[in-house]
Design a protein around this ligand. Structure first.
Ligand SMILES: Nc1ncnc2c1ncn2[C@@H]1O[C@H](COP(=O)(O)OP(=O)(O)OP(=O)(O)O)[C@@H](O)[C@H]1O
Ligand SMILES: [Mg+2]
Length: 367
């Protein structure tokens, strides 16, 4: 399928007021297809907003190019690009009512009054604000203001909607509700969304694909499941989900897989054959894959240790266990019928199945 948005080697540096240069975008390339929900995920300052601003035309690149529907955007002005942005702060006009906020860009563009009214009506219906057109922005809840911001961006019928942390001001419940609404809105409209967040859970829930950014670099661009189960580097493994990462070295690499000696002395066998012998690696296992060992364990690592911390979270216990050689091991175990198992200081035995282990070469930064 033809790409809707193509970013080619985008680089942007800023002069830091305190001296030196900040590389906000470092040779970033990515593509988005029609009707795709793509999320830019990364810590504060990693370049998410800069990339959105470059797509929307509010920021010029130092080098690289942005194509929309095959057309190079060059230095084309923001209002002439087929995209629209919902900003990190909604930037609504407080002195205008809801309808006028939504109508503003069409009025500026000189659209006929009748058409403006009709489009505003339709879009307010779409975002669930029927009957609120006359309200002032200050008379709305956070979630309603968020909907006005959405409506205002959608009314121009963009090919791509750019959303910069649009849900960050909302409380948890409303945030979940809006996540679902945004997702179904995107399906309904059939347009592509580029969504920015630093909340990994939000990214996993909403996205078709996620680009994980750090220091202006794309660390990995993949489907949520692939990022979670097969992170390419330690940054991605740590940023998405909870993780146990054990250092080790590849002893042998064959068709059957890898033999790895962990720093603590244990040897494990993993069905992955990408690294040559001698490679320094980190072995990832997610806490929910670690179980309480029962009886004889094969095809995995059986280790004992003392419970350092335990948290009861209803369905599960989250444990932190001190294991000699491995260090702190996080385990999320199903709430056992006998809840006496998990008291701090008690000694327990854990099972880490080989099949749940994923190997990351230590030098494997970038995508
Ligand atoms: N106009 C500017 N002048 C100087 N530095 C800037 C400018 N805009 C952004 N930066 C820097 O570029 C880097 C990327 O900023 P950006 O706003 O893209 O981050 P972000 O990922 O959106 O962060 P956040 O999650 O906090 O919104 C940061 O180090 C920031 O300080
Ligand atoms: Mg930002």
């Amino acid at each position: 399928m033809k790409n809707l948005l193509q970013i080619e080697k985008a680089t942007k540096r800023f002069q830091a007021p305190e001296g030196g240069l900040i590389t906000a975008l470092d040779n970033v390339s990515l593509t988005i297809t029609h009707n795709e929900f793509l999320t830019l995920l990364g810590p504060s300052g990693c370049g998410k907003t800069t990339l959105l601003r470059a797509i929307s035309g509010f920021e010029d690149l130092d080098s690289g190019e942005i194509y929309i529907d095959g057309e190079a955007m060059g230095t084309r002005a923001a209002h002439r690009r087929p995209v629209n942005t919902v900003f990190q702060k909604y930037a609504l006009f407080p002195h205008l009512n809801v309808s006028r906020n939504v109508a503003y860009s069409m009025e500026v563009a000189g659209l006929e009054k009748r058409e403006v009214t009709e489009r505003v009506g339709k879009i307010l219906e779409l975002v669930g604000l029927v009957g609120m057109g006359e309200r002032k922005i200050s008379q709305l809840s956070g979630g309603q203001q968020q909907r006005v911001a959405l409506a205002r961006s959608l009314v121009a019928q963009p090919k791509i909607l750019l959303l910069d942390e649009p849900l960050s001001a909302l409380d948890k419940n409303l945030r979940h509700k809006m996540q679902q609404e945004l997702k179904s809105l995107q399906h309904e409209l059939g347009i592509s969304f580029v969504f920015v967040t630093h909340d990994q859970e939000e990214a996993l829930v909403m996205s078709d694909r996620i680009a994980v950014l750090n220091d202006g670099l794309i660390q990995q661009l993949d489907k949520p499941e692939a990022l979670y189960h097969r992170p390419k580097n330690e940054f991605v493994a740590r940023f998405i989900g909870e993780s146990n990462l054990f250092p080790g070295r590849v002893l042998s690499s064959t068709q059957a897989g890898l033999k790895i000696k962990l720093a603590g002395g244990d040897t494990i066998a993993v069905a992955s054959s990408k690294c040559p012998a001698g490679t320094e690696v980190k072995v990832l296992i997610r806490p929910e894959k670690v179980t309480l060992a029962k009886g004889k364990a094969s095809d995995g690592l059986k280790v004992s240790g003392h419970v350092l911390e335990h948290y009861f979270v209803g369905t599960d216990y989250q444990l932190v266990v001190a294991v000699e050689g491995l260090g702190r091991v996080k385990a999320t175990v199903r709430n056992p019928a006998n809840d006496a198992v998990q008291t701090d200081g008690s000694r327990i035995t854990l099972f880490l199945p080989h099949e749940a282990m994923h190997v990351i070469p230590v030098s494997g930064m970038g995508s």
